[in-house]
Ligand binder design. Structure first.
Ligand code: NCD
Length: 327
């Protein structure tokens, strides 16, 4: 009997978390591209249980008491870092924050050596964000503990994809048959990639839309629709995910001005009037008001942006439990 099943079982006296999926074997979460539809559904189901428990007032669910997780963030973060720290603490484990700026990286130590030294102190999981795609994969190959990708450059951000999909599932039920459009900087967005793989596996129709400099027609080769014209696709979209323009990753200017971008792609009151009546609006945050979204849409009745943040905590609790209980 696995550790998590035992812990889940023990906790059922106070919180009904159900049973861990019997065939769950993963120790790392590196991306949604390599997860099966069943595995994604298993995480979503577990996350929903945690969300229900949170809503019922259970703040601490100490399934991981005695474990220690390190937040190894080499890139800026507000939501993801705090959400992971909170998730670790609410599960009764210890969270340690690593700051790249004040670490021995400035003395020439490699990321692998840094992580191995942390592991030598008895770490059970490393939550890593790095600007280089593949860094979490490299750590997973070199460390004995669990590795969770909290964003590797423009590649993947699996917990963001999962929390976006959980939010859609809560509002719309089944993902199959829904049309979900990702708008903006598809080329540099790890949120886009994790959403694309996760949504596609669960049967949604995915459209990527933005300026032609940021949306590759090659997405069509893997069954993803692409468009350069938001107004064309808008009437048939059920869910919009508005991505930030990732200026920090761009080497050339992808469009003449932010004003022109906003004119063509910002979700605003005028566009809402032409969208489906029950359209759901998501954004991973940080949002740039007036660029990809107008304030009235961000704060309006169709927006689930803060709901996504709450779901992020539930998703990260589920991921930590599933991965760390399968050692
Ligand atoms: C995203 C990220 O860092 O990739 N934000 C997040 O994790 N909430 C998206 C972004 O930075 O725009």
């Amino acid at each position: 009997m696995s550790q998590v099943y035992w812990a889940y079982h023990m906790i059922t006296e106070t919180v009904d978390l159900g049973a861990i999926p019997k065939n769950w074997t993963r120790r790392h979460l590196l991306g949604l591209e390599e997860l099966s539809a069943d595995e994604i559904t298993a995480v979503l189901d577990a996350a929903q249980r945690f969300r229900d428990a949170m809503d019922a007032g259970h703040k601490k669910i100490p399934l991981l008491a005695g474990k220690t997780c390190v937040n190894l963030f080499f890139e800026d973060s507000t939501r993801t870092r705090i959400s992971f720290s909170l998730a670790v603490r609410r599960l009764g484990a210890d969270a340690v924050d690593f700051s790249a700026a004040t670490s021995s990286l400035s003395k020439g130590e490699t990321v692998i050596d840094t992580a191995k030294n942390l592991e030598a102190m008895g770490i059970d999981a490393v939550i890593v964000r790095h600007r280089t795609p593949g860094t979490p994969h490299l750590l997973a190959q070199n460390l004995g503990c669990s590795v969770i990708n909290a964003g590797d450059g423009p590649h993947e951000h699996p917990t963001q994809g999962l929390l976006d999909i959980l939010t859609i599932r809560q509002r719309r039920g089944n993902l199959a048959g829904l049309t979900v459009a990702l708008i903006g900087d598809i080329a540099h967005s790890r949120t886009a990639r994790s959403n694309i793989w996760g949504l596609k596996k669960l049967g949604a129709h995915v459209i990527v839309c933005g300026p032609s400099t940021l949306v590759s027609p090659r997405w069509a080769e893997v069954g993803i629709e692409y468009s350069y014209n938001l107004d064309d696709i808008l009437p048939r979209v059920d869910v919009l995910n508005l991505l930030r323009i990732q200026f920090e990753r761009q080497t050339t200017r992808p469009f003449p001005s932010v004003r022109e971008y906003a004119h063509l792609y910002a979700m605003n009151r005028q566009r809402m009037a032409r969208a489906k009546k029950d359209i759901l609006v998501l954004a991973p945050g940080p949002i740039n008001r007036g660029v990809e979204i107008s304030p009235d849409v961000a704060d309006g009745p169709h927006s689930a942006i803060l709901e996504q943040v709450t779901n992020g905590l539930a998703v990260r609790m589920a991921v930590l439990c599933l991965l760390m209980g399968t050692k």
